[in-house]
Design a binder for this molecule. Structure first.
Ligand SMILES: NC(=O)c1ccc[n+]([C@@H]2O[C@H](COP(=O)([O-])OP(=O)(O)OC[C@H]3O[C@@H](n4cnc5c(N)ncnc54)[C@H](O)[C@@H]3O)[C@@H](O)[C@H]2O)c1
Length: 455
């Protein structure tokens, strides 16, 4: 059993060292004001930015760690989203969501004045916390991450961490600042927190199948939700502005979502990079939309196939498809000079003899583990997690693939990451015209390989 006083002293010292002492002279007055509030009791205080499905789950997972944690602030672009989330996490029974018999009421203290709605909501919630959970659509991640680091907070942020190269560069710059300030940053690429993957990747990296020459990575399934303009207009009792609509149905707009290659397939691309311990140097591929057509589907593709090349000449073959009724496959495999890793948790020699098997069904839930490990480190005053850079590289790998399929050209990593094409507007109001608008027929233009410019 740890000494509670020792823990308390450690945490306070750590928060102080990691944010105040390293925040830079410009920040110190505002940080002092914020810390006076935050240090009011011993709980590690959390602000949730983005109160949708994942935000609700991540907040619960943070509150279910064994550390002394409290949710103190919530922010969402839309007040109804925030209210739904608040009602879910404060319910008597949260077992459907969390699998836990506990309820979380005594770990939630979010008074009305700490509930913030609108595009600037994040700026008001972040100062109230020690740890910030960033779970909005990824188009906003660079802005929110930058601000959370600027304010000296520990961070859990979901993948992807951006939707364009300009956003990636912002995240990489803030990741460096976070390291200097000793801020723990965990990114929701949860395979890194899953025993099956940890053991499997470690053995491949140690040479169990020789040099890896090919990776095959897949996210092929039916796809995700669609939020219709009519439905949300009915709820609002008036037509939505174009910005309101795109923010509701964000998955289908590249500036907000990055396309489904970023949103989902990033997990598999990241595993290949993890095994190779680097990122690809170039990519070419093909993609389009065949079934994802109609006004509700914005501009993104429904399939991409990409051949990525690493600097050592090895290849990653990547498929992602969102087409209902087609074959589902979400996994990764690797072929090496001495053997094969046919699926996560399994290694074979070249002759097919099994040299490793970890079935993973009894592994702890990685969504919980990422929070358990993050909050334990914070409670102990340890600086342990620097996931932002890897999150940025994984996201950039997906963006590189998207650039290849949208353009139909060979795209090099160095050109892609230095691209000045920015998808994100300079400012946001509900009347701001988004970067893409529908034509007179209500349909959105989408990328045309051979014509669309991506760099
Ligand atoms: N790691 C995983 O397995 C996993 C699983 C699901 C989702 N995610 C990630 O979590 C993120 C959110 O996904 P979701 O499924 O929760 O979506 P969602 O639509 O359910 O929730 C997003 C929330 O963010 C809010 N929001 C949008 N813009 C905002 C802004 N500027 N400021 C504050 N709030 C804003 C929305 O109103 C909404 O409530 C995505 O990046 C997604 O990829 C990760």
């Amino acid at each position: 059993m740890s000494n509670p006083f020792h823990k308390k002293t450690n945490r306070r010292q750590f928060v102080k060292t990691s944010s105040l002492a390293t925040a830079g002279t410009l920040l110190i007055p505002s940080m002092l004001a914020a810390k006076a509030h935050i240090d009011g009791d011993d709980a590690i205080k959390i602000a949730l930015i983005g109160c949708g499905g994942r935000g609700t789950g991540a907040a619960m997972q943070a509150l279910l760690t064994k550390e002394n944690v409290k949710l103190v602030a919530m922010a969402d672009a839309f007040r109804d989203q925030l209210d739904n989330c608040y009602n879910t996490i404060t319910a008597d029974d949260i077992s459907d969501w969390s699998g836990s018999e506990e309820n979380l009421k005594d770990r939630i203290d979010v008074p009305e004045e700490h509930k913030f709605a609108g595009f600037d909501a994040y700026k008001k919630a972040i100062p109230l916390a020690d740890v910030v959970i960033l779970t909005t659509p990824p188009g906003f991640r660079p802005i929110h991450f930058e601000e959370a680091v600027r304010q000296g907070k520990h961070i859990f942020m979901e993948k992807p961490v951006a939707t364009d190269a300009a956003g990636i560069r912002r995240v990489l710059a803030s990741a460096e600042d976070a390291k200097k300030k000793k801020l723990n940053v965990v990114v929701g690429l949860q395979r890194h927190y899953q025993t099956k993957y940890r053991k499997w990747v470690e053995m491949i990296q140690a040479g169990a199948i020789g040099d890896v020459v090919t990776s095959h990575v897949y996210w092929n399934n039916d796809g995700v939700w669609v939020r219709s303009r009519e439905e949300y207009s009915k709820r609002a009792g008036r037509p939505l502005t174009e910005m309101e609509y795109q923010m509701r149905n964000w998955y289908y707009f590249t500036w907000l979502c990055g396309d489904h290659i970023c949103e989902q397939h990033i997990h598999n691309l990241d595993v290949s990079n993890w095994v190779k311990n680097t990122h690809p140097v170039r990519a070419h591929g093909m993609g389009g939309r065949q079934v994802r057509i109609g006004k509700d589907f914005g501009e993104i593709f429904d399939h991409h196939f990409i051949e990525y090349e690493y600097a050592d000449g090895s290849r990653m073959y990547s498929q992602c498809r969102h087409q209902p009724g087609t074959m589902s496959r979400v996994t990764e495999s690797f072929q090496g000079t001495n053997g094969e890793a046919p699926k996560p948790g399994v290694l074979l020699t070249r002759s097919g003899h099994q040299i490793f098997k970890h079935d993973g069904r009894k592994d702890a839930n990685p969504y919980q583990v990422e929070h358990d490990e993050l909050f334990e480190a914070i409670a102990k005053g340890e600086f342990k997690f620097t996931d932002a850079e890897n999150g940025a590289i994984a996201t950039m790998t997906a963006i590189l693939g998207r650039m290849a399929t949208y353009s139909g050209k060979m795209v090099k990593w160095d050109e892609a990451i230095n691209s000045n094409v920015s998808l994100i507007p300079d400012g946001f109001t509900w009347d701001t015209t988004p970067p893409i608008v529908p034509g007179l027929d209500g349909m959105y233009p989408c990328a045309i390989p051979g014509k669309t410019k991506v760099i």
